[in-house]
Design a protein around this ligand. Sequence first.
Ligand code: AMP
Ligand code: GLY
Length: 418
Amino acid sequence: MNILVIGQGGREHALAWKLAQSNKTDTVFVLPGNGGTENEPKCVNVALDINDFEAIKNLIIEKNIKLVVIGPEDPLVSGLVDYLDGLETLVFGPCAKGAQLEGSKIYSKEFMFENGIPTGAANSFTNSEKAKVFLEGCTYPIVLKADGLAAGKGVLVAEDLNSAKNWVDAVMQDSLFGSAGKNILIEECLFGTELSFMGILTPKEFIPFETSVDYKPLLDGNNGPNTGGMGCISPSPFMNDELKNTVMQKVVKPTIDGLNKLGIHYYGFMYFGLMVKDNNPKVLEFNCRLGDPETQCLMMQMESDLVDCLTDALKNNKVTINWKKGASMGVVIASDGYPGRYTINKQISFGDTKNLKVFHAGTKSTNGVLQTSGGRVFSVNYHGETLDLCSKYIYKNIEEVQFDGNIYRKDIGKIYES
Ligand code: AMP
Ligand code: GLY
């Protein structure tokens, strides 16, 4: 069958790579894709805008696409799945109402309160003056969140009243995140160990993926500014059976029940961002997509055929996912300056990377020459018997990927208890 993957990051490269391995797959069209998907066997990039729903629908019909997999949150929140309803094509991703769990932090917090899902206390504000008065009475640190989608930048853990007030001015008055920051949430700061728990959600069940840990801070030792993720390991050493059962009972079950109560038929990925203390999980956020770079490790770690997993979920069949033994790890190579202003258009050269899986995130091919085009450029992945072996292998060979001004963390794989 022909498959369409929507998106252009490392997550979509990893999904396309894994989908292409199925013997059921003829071609994976990637829209728009990147310099990595362009050269991936069975994959073909399509230069269309992910917001051009009509063009996407026409492509599906023209190329006889039987399965669509949507990577990023924006088209889900904007209703791409609803738009494609009625086609004889399986579309993996939630409808716009389901995607509101990520699209609005205020909506998702209310959903958690209404369904008894453990989470931090929070108040929402539509007026900046009232928000600032409220901040006077808070203990610090406190967490500030723009209600809408802000490309992963809409959260500040404010250490003091001054920085909190400055953020409110920038976001609510000066529209730092446009309309996404019109309303905000002020939330209790939670402490503990952060855990990414993701998988496939249907109205009947949640099929968890292997666990993973994302290294969010830019610098070694988990220091420096937060990024989209500088590396990843799977499985997570922080997860155990008891905690997994608790998450399934206290978080996943009420989420499924809550969605069903609202009449939302959610078929898609779900990523629960959790803070865990003393084996008690609290939800930091819902994401209606998979994490990046986590997906890259997870696709390395997955043994099952992803095409079967997704089509079975969409057809309400039993979904079974098998995972490889051992561990996977990925180290992100970014452009100097990321997550702030970074340079692009740097020429890339590869040495011997044959035992590594290099997923591209910010690359493009111009007249056959591969160049950087984003902040996070690659993730260099390896699957091995142990995490330690992964780390040794990746760091021994990572310099085989070269471009001017590349930066990466040297300590991915090290366990930080937080
Ligand atoms: P979110 O987009 O809501 O996941 O927030 C981004 C990041 O901010 C999370 O991955 C956490 O590191 C941090 N964060 C969010 N909410 C809280 C909270 N209530 N307490 C502490 N840290 C938080
Ligand atoms: N790596 C975190 C995220 O995808 O949100």
